[in-house]
Design a protein around this ligand. Structure first.
Ligand code: C5P
Length: 400
């Protein structure tokens, strides 16, 4: 497999003579299998034309932040989410200074602020500018924030000086970009997550549902995608935006969610059941709106399929993780569910406490599996999701 197969790389080009090498870089990234989109600053266009980069990348080049036509195509937030990596090459001293200061005064800096993806810079400038204390401080600050710096290389410069500040060669940059995707805990693993509530129709305007916001499942989807997994999120109705690099399948009822989950069996390697699935549905959803006439009414409810049990019982069973949201005797019920549903791991949380659980941003859970029990103290759902994904990745790597 090519090193950058299916990776989505947003190549930022800033103003510097090394911008002529960016054309070659687009070729090299594509040779390694990447999909490339190019963003140019105004200064970059003084050195190389957007037309050249459009022809090489096969995609329109993005140049301005406030262009209604470009925004109607792929808006800047969409572009920021599209990227698996933003590689800025060449990165000028001015661009690094603006990035270090959190500026969003052009399209490229705005994208860097908005993106959940990794950012890498290939600095290129005169050796005196590179050695300057301000540039060195900016470089250090950017490194501390997790931005990768590729180079600069040393040698003869376009201005005649000799020293550090040359942009690295295109092939080297493409290879360094590939290393950023290596060694991630769930690289290439097909992972499926159910999230949110389900809605069970009573009639065309009414339904039975619950308070699940979907936040935990969405945070898990984001964390799993960051760990390199190919994530399918099967989601009931929520108000949440789909995380970057996650494929979402929208469903409404438990039956829809069951069907969508079963369709993933065979390809899915890890299944995380985070949805708050309605246990029962009306035996018959009325075709017309029910009129109020009697003082009492009865709706007959029938059991919904248990999705996670069906997944765990499937012949091509994935590593299966369930959640147990309980209001009392949390651990006892969770242990029982782990066994009864034949799960590999269960995440137990106490939803009687309003500071955690449904709709809140925080959560405290206990992870139970064959290796024992581990309590994870109250932390933001996103941070908790990263911790849980790390636990799942460890168990996954230890599988037989
Ligand atoms: O049985 P209980 O609803 O408490 O189990 C919770 C776990 O089972 C969660 O992981 C939930 O997503 C899953 N579940 C399911 N299908 C159902 C009910 C629950 O997948 N019908």
């Amino acid at each position: 497999m090519k090193q950058l197969s299916n990776r989505q790389i947003l190549l930022g080009i800033t103003g510097g003579i090394a911008a002529y090498k960016s054309a070659e870089l687009v070729r090299r990234l594509k040779d390694h299998g990447a999909n490339v989109r190019v963003v140019m600053t105004a200064a970059a266009m003084e050195f190389i034309t957007p037309l050249t980069l459009q022809a090489l990348s096969g995609n329109p080049v993005h140049t301005t932040l406030l262009d209604p036509e470009a925004e109607a195509g792929m808006g800047h937030i969409e572009l920021a989410r599209w990227a698996d990596l933003i590689l800025v090459a060449p990165a000028s001293a001015d661009f690094m200074a603006r990035l270090a200061n959190g500026r969003g005064d052009d399209l490229l800096t705005t994208l860097c602020l908005a993106t959940p993806a990794r950012i890498a810079l290939a600095p290129a400038m005169n050796q005196g500018m590179w050695r300057d204390a301000a540039t060195q401080d900016n470089a250090e600050l950017l490194r501390q924030r997790g931005i990768a710096l590729f180079g600069p290389a040393a040698g003869e410069q376009a201005c005649g000086d000799v020293g550090p500040g040359r942009m690295m060669e295109a092939e080297q940059l493409a290879e360094l970009a590939a290393t950023l995707f290596e060694g991630r805990a769930l690289d290439g693993v097909q992972l499926c997550i159910t999230a949110g509530p389900t809605r069970e129709a009573i009639d065309p305007v009414r339904y039975i549902s619950n308070h699940s916001s979907g936040k935990m499942g969405y945070a898990l989807a984001e964390a799993a995608a960051d760990a390199g997994a190919q994530v399918t999120l099967i989601s009931g109705p929520t108000q949440l935006a789909c995380p970057a690099r996650v494929q979402r399948i929208d469903v409404v009822s438990a039956e829809d969610m069951y069907q969508a989950s079963m369709a993933q069996m065979g390809s899915c390697q890890v299944f995380i059941a985070c949805a708050a699935v309605a246990d029962y549905r009306p035996a018959k959803a009325e075709e017309q709106k029910i009129k109020k006439s009697r003082d009492t009414m009865h709706i007959e409810l029938i059991r919904n399929p248990d999705i996670v049990s069906a997944v765990a019982g499937h012949p091509q069973r994935p590593y299966t993780v369930g959640f147990a949201a309980e209001t009392q005797d949390v651990l006892r019920y969770a242990r029982d569910k782990l066994q009864r549903k034949n799960l590999d791991m269960i995440v137990a949380n106490d939803v009687s406490d309003s500071r955690i659980g449904f709709n809140s941003d925080d959560n405290t859970v206990t992870v139970i599996d064959a290796n024992g029990e581990q309590r994870i103290e109250q932390m933001g759902k996103r941070q908790l999701a990263r911790q849980l994904i790390a636990n799942i990745a460890t168990r996954w790597s230890q599988r037989d």
